[in-house]
Design a protein around this ligand. Sequence first.
Ligand code: ADP
Length: 413
Amino acid sequence: MTTTEEDAAAAPGASRVLVLNSGSSSVKYQLLDMRDHSRLASGLVERIGEETSRLVHTPPAGGGGQVRERLGRFPDHEAALRAAAEELAADGLGLDSPELAAIGHRVVHGGLRFTEPTVITDEVLKEIERLVPVAPLHNPANITGIRTAQALRPDLPQVAVFDTAFHTTMPEYAARYAIDVETADAHRIRRYGFHGTSHAYVSRKTAELLGRAPKDVNVIVLHLGNGASASAVAGGRCVETSMGLTPLEGLVMGTRSGDIDPAVTFHLKRVAGMSADEIDVLLNKKSGLVGLCGDNDMREIRRRIDEGDARAALAFDIYVHRLKKYIGAYSAVLGRVDAVVFTAGVGENSSPVREAAIGGLEELGLVVDADLNAVRSGEPRLISPDYARVAVAVVPTDEELEIANQTFALVDN
Ligand code: ADP
């Protein structure tokens, strides 16, 4: 096992990074070549621990290989990762390859300690374990992924890239909840923020799109996937973000409520007789778009709206109203905004969401050009007219590439 930072150098000439994203019942993996940032192979193992697990593996493009699927039972993350390693080996990309420089792990919660990507030592792993009480749903799976990868390649540097790290620059007045300080500190209750690798990557790419240095631009990033969060990034540093102690706070999401009056939870307990676990499930899994209209896929919601469905229309309006509030709030926080940028599944693909969220904000210098907004593309692009005071952009996120970049930067020598 890698136990010291000094052991963390990659083998000379090794240029590949395996990125692992271990969820509670799934593992996503991507193998990238850092010489040209090409994606060599990728895959997903889902329903780990259930009766029928499923592995889908995408081999290197251009090699003539087909996407492969395996159905079977993978009882735990170790079995899942071993199966993924076998698939990679079948493409000649086995984990034993001398070209593999490192493994980069997405770790959801880094608390206040981890402000940067970190080589995983025994001490670092213990610290990630100590954060389990603040991230009970996420960090245990990440830890299992790390341990399994270490067992497969004990000699290889492994790096943790934290979802929270980019947000550790938030000023104390943005990060602290206005609750009793002793209670908050005793239980490490504060706003941490998530989706940090995406916010970091997209804000930097937006500066590039504007032809300016990140330190010279102020950006509002709207990461709208199934989970959704906004951030205000001033000169490359995050100063505010919408998720808090957990990913529940902030925007309306696919299945999460986002902001509500905290008293709703006491009300549900006292008046509706729900337990803490039931309220947790209600707010995280049965709320947001799915709670409002029964669907969390924006494509389906738009289709229903086109057919005149009033519930879908109201869900859409609530979603967009919350977005507008955050754009306004973050404009005030930043003082000067150079760009508002949309990313992730909804942000990259849903022109109606972008149009509705920016509509009516001319006073803030925000305008969307209908033709530019209608363009479908996988490239970073502007959707505001030339005359607009503030740029509006669409920038596809790439969390795996960002994790690979940060991992490689630490181990390349
Ligand atoms: P996550 O990584 O949080 O699971 P994604 O960033 O992949 O989510 O976003 C998934 C969501 O993106 C879907 O639930 C759907 O609402 C939305 N989405 C994907 N493609 C489109 C599309 N073509 N048009 C509108 N929305 C889309």
